[in-house]
Ligand binder design. Structure first.
Ligand SMILES: Nc1ncnc2c1ncn2[C@@H]1O[C@H](COP(=O)(O)OP(=O)(O)O)[C@@H](O)[C@H]1O
Ligand SMILES: [Mg+2]
Length: 248
């Protein structure tokens, strides 16, 4: 079994506030892992360590075998092309058409020709079931669910090895939430040959149990449990039992 991300006794403090407390676990390559926890548990901070936005106060983070602290700025920029990201607010460029949003990473990071870019944009938009009518609209002219599809297509543009989702369904209605969850699952399967690792940050337990392979439960900066979904459901840990009771 190989790992996409390794946390070796990762501790992060801001001032005298310990936000991540000696985290020591690995994220399986090619699988979907959800990091669950209450608000303020440290989930987004953990994600920023995977992205190399934050560095550990002590301990180590390795992504795809690379210790991120060994990378300079230019190398980090290059390394980040291994990641695709989808956040709560799809973070699209408002003044660019949906098409241009999806084309953007290819223009920025590759030497692909206009024809190659065009083919790929159409392929990605089709893969996420985006209707043709929305290609040349602005993000503000389509629904929140459609914007998620555009955001996902853009995130997939550079064929990422690791997909990161931070609260991808927070603030969406239940039907759109279900659609986005399905999309995450399908995206993962469609790209299984790469193999793609998907890391989701969420507090939505029902969705987590439905789409993940592994769950890591973070509570006040500590890893309470890291297990397969099946084991997680049966956990006897009182904190997790309570979280499950409150959430389902
Ligand atoms: N840059 C920062 N400086 C100081 N404190 C921070 C910073 N980033 C996050 N924190 C603190 O770390 C804790 C965890 O935050 P966060 O990782 O956003 O939690 P979650 O995503 O689980 O809701 C919070 O108490 C937050 O205030
Ligand atoms: Mg967060």
């Amino acid at each position: 079994m190989s790992y996409a991300v390794e946390f070796n006794h990762l501790t992060k403090t801001f001032g005298d506030h310990t936000v991540l407390n000696s985290l020591d676990f690995n994220i399986h390559e090619g699988k979907i892992t959800t990091i669950l926890g209450f608000s303020g548990a440290g989930k987004s901070t953990l994600l920023k360590h995977i992205l190399g936005v934050h560095h550990p106060t002590t301990g180590q983070v390795k992504v795809l075998g690379q210790d991120l602290k060994d990378l300079g700025d230019a190398q980090m920029r290059e390394f980040r092309t291994n990641f695709g990201m989808l956040f709560q607010y799809s973070a699209l460029f408002d003044s660019m058409s949906n098409y241009e949003n999806v084309a953007f990473p290819m223009r920025e990071f590759t030497k692909m020709s206009e024809n190659e870019i065009h083919e790929k944009v159409i392929r990605l938009m089709t893969q996420v079931n985006l209707e043709e009518i929305s290609f040349h609209k602005l993000p503000s002219e389509i629904s929140g669910g459609m914007r998620k599809r555009v955001g996902l297509a853009r995130a997939l543009a550079l064929e990422p090895k690791v997909m990161l989702y931070d609260e991808p369904t927070t603030g969406l209605d239940p039907i759109t939430t279900h659609m986005v969850d399905d999309l995450i699952r399908t995206t993962h399967k469609n790209n299984a040959q790469v193999p793609m690792t998907s890391i989701i940050i969420s507090h939505d337990v029902a969705a987590t149990l439905r789409i993940s392979d592994y769950v890591a439960f973070l509570e006040k900066g500590k890893m309470v449990e890291h297990s397969s979904v099946e084991e997680f459901k049966k956990s006897q840990n009182p904190v997790i039992k309570r979280f499950l009771e409150l959430s389902l």
